[in-house]
Design a protein around this ligand. Structure first.
Ligand code: ADP
Ligand code: MG
Length: 493
């Protein structure tokens, strides 16, 4: 009997892809993981440091409670089990940006384990990606290679910044799925208020482990690890590249060498960083200077209570309570900042306007944000001003096209919708005292059309509305005009 290892491989072999992701999220605490010093970004190099961050002898780490709190938040939000007792470990290696010679991390006992993240695939279906573990650790400093032509500079401000590392089981089967997974992680950490989720700026970092195997084989193939992909798009590109590279090697009789590869975003290819022979042996051992972390029932309850409403629940509330169509509710809750903005607008104009507010955000607001690559928190029309515009529309004081004109005129300044509507003469007349005489005039002036309408040519209503609109110089409320016309045309025959 042949073992599945022996499935022959040739040019026609079909392969499947196996991916496992390790995501580091930089936490939004005030201070470092084990030292009372700020983690604020952008300070001059080597100013946010204490003797502890640079490994002076005799210093002792003190655990930041918020590191534990934030790790538990993401653990709870991903259905993980939370370890009652977990310990820190030293991960030993030499690097100029690591003067202590080790990073404090967790090894055998992560604080969270056995969780899952459900991702949405392109066809709308859901796939569950299992999480192996989420552990707490500290970041290293930064080596700067591009500021001095001869030397590498070291900035230790980042040393000791708190991180969680979220590790999946090898459940991801394509670059698209990896993208969907990262999108979900970003959404979660933003909702949980534990990380800003910005991959370009390095607050969310992703290493990808990838292998291929002939379809039908159970054992995992030899994997490579991809690093240095600092955007969602680069992750997708790098994985796609690496899958093709591995297939090419295997189909031509070669074998995959376990190694770490760096993605080069300019050349759009991967290159070798280190191979297994030179791979790190971190010689993890328990951190002797920190006691075990005990998560008490009370602490766990406290963290559970402060969990915000998660995307899934918020979307359901938008559907059930605000009666928004499901796709709209999904898009609005994709990013917490958009959902927050939506609710802020709604609180200014009442839940009855949910549909109008949603429509305006999903069309005009999103268009502007996309065009200018802006975050909604930096959007020039604040919730209150947008609510003013919605109110004008919902009370029929302006037409749809006027709404668009006013919206565009509100960008980049702080004028209200009312001011602009008045100035541009866009307020719609819904006053029957003004409109009725025009309606009567139009009916009196077009006896032939009136007769044909009354014989059943009801399509002529458009003609009558058009006449009234013209006479009112476009200011009449068309719905009202139509109602007034209908009642005249239908009654006094
Ligand atoms: P290490 O100890 O080297 O970090 P782990 O077992 O922690 O290895 O796995 C790291 C990541 O690599 C996990 O996300 C895991 O799912 C993934 N992984 C492990 N083996 C493979 C493989 N053969 N192919 C693809 N991904 C893998
Ligand atoms: Mg690992």
């Amino acid at each position: 009997m042949a073992t599945d290892q022996e499935i022959p491989v040739n040019q026609d072999t079909e392969f499947e892809t196996v991916i496992g992701l390790e995501v580091h999220a930089q936490l939004l605490t005030q201070s470092k993981a084990f030292a009372p010093v700020s983690i604020a970004f952008g300070n001059p190099p080597n100013t946010n440091i204490t003797p502890l961050c640079i490994g002076h002898p005799g210093t002792l780490p003190v655990l930041n409670e918020n590191l534990v709190r934030y790790a538990i938040r993401i653990g709870l939000a991903t259905g993980c089990r939370i370890a009652e007792k977990s310990i820190f470990a030293r991960k030993n290696y030499f690097y100029p940006d690591l003067p202590k010679g080790y990073q404090i991390s967790q090894f055998e006992t992560p604080i969270c384990y056995d969780g899952h993240v459900d991702i949405t695939l392109d066809d709308g279906s859901t796939k569950r990606i299992r999480l192996k573990r989420i552990h707490m650790e500290e970041d290293a400093g930064k080596s700067i290679h591009d500021q001095d032509p001869y030397n590498t500079l070291v900035d230790l401000n980042r040393a000791g910044t708190p991180l969680v590392e979220i590790v999946t089981e090898p459940d991801i089967s394509s670059p698209r799925e990896a993208h969907a997974y990262l999108t979900k992680i970003k959404q979660l950490v933003q909702y949980l208020d534990i990380c800003d989720g910005n991959m370009e700026e390095g607050s969310l970092r992703c290493d990808a482990n990838i292998s291929i195997r002939p379809v039908g084989r159970k054992e995992l193939g030899t994997r490579t690890e991809l690093k240095n992909m600092n955007s969602f798009r680069n992750v997708e590109r790098a994985l796609t590249y690496e899958i093709e590279r591995q297939k090419h090697v295997v189909k031509n009789g070669g074998t995959i060498v376990q190694q770490t590869l760096l993605w080069d975003p300019v050349k759009m290819e991967t290159r070798q960083m280190r191979s297994k022979e030179e791979a790190h042996d971190y010689r993890y051992f328990p951190e002797p200077d920190l006691p075990p972390v005990f998560v008490t029932r009370e602490f766990l309850e406290e963290v559970k209570k402060e969990l915000p409403e998660l995307p899934y629940d918020r979307r359901n509330r938008f559907v059930n309570e605000l009666k928004l169509p499901e796709p709209d509710a999904s898009i609005l809750t994709d990013e917490r900042s958009i959902a927050d903005y939506f609710e802020a607008v709604l609180s200014c104009c009442g839940p009855g306007s949910a549909k109008s507010v949603a429509n305006l955000i999903l069309s005009e607001v999103r268009r502007v944000l996309n065009e200018s690559d802006l975050d909604i928190r930096a959007f020039s029309i604040g919730p209150e001003r947008l609510a003013g515009l919605v109110k004008l529309k919902d009370s029929d004081k302006i037409s749809s096209s006027a709404m668009q004109t006013i919206f565009n005129a509100m960008l980049g300044n702080d004028r209200t919708a009312d001011e602009i509507a008045a100035e541009k003469n866009l307020l719609q007349v819904s006053d029957s005292g003004f409109l009725q005489p025009i309606v009567d005039e139009v009916i009196a002036g077009n006896p032939d059309e009136v007769a044909r309408f009354r014989e059943g040519k009801e399509g002529l209503i458009g003609f009558f509305v058009g006449q009234v609109m013209r006479q009112s110089k476009g200011k009449a409320n068309p719905q009202m005009v139509k109602d007034l016309l209908m009642s005249r045309l239908k009654s006094s025959s």
